[in-house]
Design a protein around this ligand. Structure first.
Ligand SMILES: [Cu+2]
Length: 195
């Protein structure tokens, strides 16, 4: 199994694909178990503020809580560069990397990523724990620096695309929407890199 995972993730930075293999092996990283159904609602909750499922800090993309991205104002960021990691057909997941620059001042933090290309989309980070590089879902918003870029790259922050709906070939375009804490969204089109 380890060898298979390492074979699948055989391209790219060593730390990146080693940890990506770990991610695929760790249920806590590669995908959350199905959330229990919410308790019966006894009051009418505001439609615009769906309550997150307890114990699930990264809401599932396919849930009814998916926000109307097209109605959100454009986020004050510019895509400098971005790509999706190429994977062989049948691979269950891949990662997206990008660099963002600010186009306007003020506090801003990335809170969520969405994509129709995968069943679930999670913001992840690498951390060094006990001498090993591990990856895990990010807890809390990711601030976008007022000065300098926000970089998602192998060995650092990355977007996990889990449960790919179709094989991704080099050159394919993957829509990725980034949602920020001010209610704005950045709608990116990332290209699958050459293997
Ligand atoms: Cu990950």
């Amino acid at each position: 199994m380890i060898a298979l995972i390492y074979g699948i993730f055989g391209k790219g930075a060593r730390v990146g694909h080693a940890a990506l293999g770990l991610c695929a092996l760790l249920a806590a990283c590669g995908g959350s178990p199905p959330a229990p159904p919410p308790p019966p609602v006894t009051e009418v909750a505001p439609a615009a503020a769906p309550a997150p499922t307890p114990g699930s800090p990264m809401p599932d993309v396919g849930s009814a809580a998916a926000p109307p991205i097209d109605a959100m104002p454009a986020a004050p960021v510019r895509l400098v560069t971005g790509r999706v990691q190429p994977m062989p057909p049948g691979a269950p997941a891949t990662a997206a990397y990008f660099t963002l620059e600010r186009t306007a001042p003020g506090p801003l933090a990335l809170v969520r990523a969405l994509s129709p290309a995968a069943a679930a989309v999670e913001l992840h980070e690498h951390t060094a724990e006990g001498g090993m590089m591990m990856m895990r879902p990010v807890q809390g918003p990711i601030p976008v620096p007022a000065e300098g870029p926000l970089v998602f790259q192998p060995g650092g922050y990355h977007v996990m695309l889990i449960g790919l709906r179709a094989p991704l070939a080099a050159g394919d375009t993957v829509p990725l929407s980034l949602l920020f804490d001010d209610g704005s969204a950045a709608r990116l089109q990332l290209t699958v890199a050459a293997p």
